[in-house]
Design a protein around this ligand. Structure first.
Ligand SMILES: [Zn+2]
Length: 140
């Protein structure tokens, strides 16, 4: 796939997302931000599988339903956690999502996926004013 070069706003968003989740030290190695892309692909989210998501991460590529300048900062941060997870244990990560129970019936299987739990917690803990966890870098 040929992608347009990474733009300034995109690079800045990736750096902000990383600085936000970095203090949580979830994984031993830092996120390799040089490989991360954030792409706005509205058509993708009209497909049945993707309709339920606002963001979707494949390897180091974060796909967004809305343009980057219109999404809450929490979304790139959440997806950046998934990139970070994938850079450390991609086999377990992908296996956890292909388990049939993940998408059967209601959404609870997906919601309770440990990687989803971790990504949501990372965003919650780094929300401005959060009490449980390292302070958001801009709070200090
Ligand atoms: Zn997620």
């Amino acid at each position: 796939m040929i992608l347009p070069p990474r733009g300034e706003a995109e690079t800045a968003a990736i750096e902000r997302a990383w600085r936000r989740i970095e203090p949580l030290a979830l994984y031993p190695r830092p996120l390799d931000t040089s490989r991360v892309r954030i792409l706005h692909v509205p058509w993708l989210f009209r497909l049945p599988w993707f309709r339920r998501f606002d963001g979707y991460t494949i390897w180091s590529t974060i796909l967004l339903r809305e343009p980057l300048d219109q999404v809450d900062e929490s979304l790139p941060a959440h997806e950046a956690v998934h990139v970070w997870q994938g850079q450390h244990e991609w086999v377990r990560l992908w296996l956890s999502y292909v388990k049939p129970s993940t998408f059967w019936g209601d959404r609870s299987g997906y919601y309770e996926n440990p990687y989803e739990v971790e990504a949501r917690a990372a965003v919650d803990r780094t929300q401005a004013g959060a009490r449980n966890g390292p302070p958001h870098p801009v709070d200090s």
